[in-house]
Design a binder for this molecule. Structure first.
Ligand SMILES: Cc1ncc(COP(=O)(O)O)c(C=O)c1O
Length: 358
């Protein structure tokens, strides 16, 4: 039976990527050595990093005044690293609170500078994206979480930054590489790899050149973007294998046709699933329709007394795994990242239509 893994992250990866990864585990490029055993200073690994960076720049159409970095510590480390590098002691940064991850980003920023929470959807359990918010004119940047993995909301249009010297900082952990994005609107983008890119262990950073080396304070060396820009992400031992898997995923994306094509595919999958949720009397979406995520699709029983576990068991027997909603939302969540095949969405829809409440 074909298994479909709807996990929110670490998430499913394309078969071709997993196959290439297993080959690289045993014998990297006919060297007789596993990639895991190779020095990051070897020509093979240097070439891998340079190719991976080039691929990111080409696929996302990254302007020439941006750097691409491969760091460790997950997106969570970026919650601190962003303000440490970008915000002076007395500086203000605007933050929009759209779920647990942005709450954590705000929490970390408080230890460093002054986050001003200009909008929050906490009042309705993060089921919408607050828009048209007032901004501080002296704000250094506006921080958003572009896709809220837990709650299933997503910015369909990025907010404009009103301060002309300000810029967007975005946690794009769960939607980078899922649709075209105008990088020039952002000063900093960060994303943990474990949704649309590869395994956990590497965090992709895209940072505008003039924001590197601001050095507002004396920072730990490893937390300074300048350290990693100067050393091409090789200041210390980088997560080579994770970068390899990302590079393979990007090759797969290129073959599909890049951002425009994957966007069409993702919209088609999401549309099918949301239509089913809307038309099936058993289920409903807790999310405001215009803010529904194309990546993480939460849904609940319309009648809350139905047993979630019973539907989860029913799905599991059909090979549909990891559909349990996050504990703060309940119900179900289907994460349908790039690598989730349309046939997986069809199989889920079939299960939703076939399920009989006992
Ligand atoms: C939007 C978002 N931001 C941040 C994180 C935290 O990422 P990490 O575990 O890489 O620190 C996650 C993890 O799921 C996420 O979905």
């Amino acid at each position: 039976m074909k298994i479909y893994n709807f996990s929110a992250g670490p998430a499913c990866l394309p078969d071709s990527v997993l196959e290439a990864s297993s080959r690289a585990t045993l014998n990297y490029k006919e060297t007789g050595v596993s990639l895991m055993e190779m020095s990051h200073r070897s020509s093979e690994v240097m070439e891998l990093f340079s190719n991976s960076t080039k691929r990111v720049k080409t696929i996302l159409d990254v302007p020439s005044n941006y750097h691409v970095l491969w760091l460790q510590g997950g997106a969570s480390t970026q919650f601190s690293m962003a303000p440490l590098n970008l915000l002076p002691d007395d500086g203000i940064a605007d933050y929009i609170e759209t779920g647990s991850w942005s709450t954590k980003a705000i929490h970390e920023c408080k230890k460093i500078g002054h986050p001003s929470v200009i909008g929050s959807s906490k009042d309705k359990n993060f089921t919408y994206i607050p828009k048209n918010l007032p901004q501080n004119i002296n704000s250094h940047y506006l921080h958003i979480t572009s896709n809220n993995t837990i709650y299933g909301t997503q910015y369909n249009k990025m907010p404009e930054v009103l301060n002309s010297s300000g810029y967007l900082v975005a946690d794009m952990s769960s939607d980078l590489f899922s649709k075209p994005v105008d990088i020039s609107k952002f000063g900093l983008i960060y994303a943990g790899a474990q949704k649309n890119m590869g395994p956990a262990g590497v965090t992709l950073i895209i940072i505008r050149d003039d924001l590197v080396g601001l050095n507002y304070r004396d920072m730990p060396t490893m937390l300074n973007y300048e350290t990693h820009v100067k050393k091409d992400s090789m200041f210390n031992t980088p997560p080579v294998f994770s970068v390899f898997v990302v590079n393979e995923t990007l090759k797969w994306l290129e073959k599909i046709g890049g951002m425009e094509k994957i966007d069409i595919i993702n919209r088609k999958k999401a549309k099918k699933l949301y239509s089913e949720i809307e038309s099936n009397e058993l289920f409903e979406s807790p999310i405001r329709p215009e803010d529904q995520s194309l990546m993480n699709v939460p849904f609940i029983f319309s009648n809350r007394s139905h047993k979630d576990q019973s539907f989860l068991n029913f799905c599991s027997l059909r090979g549909l795994k990891t559909l349990k909603g996050h504990r703060s939302v309940g119900g179900f969540r289907a994460s349908i990242y790039n690598a989730m095949e349309e046939s997986g969405v069809d199989a889920l829809i079939d299960a939703m239509q076939s399920y009989k409440v006992s």
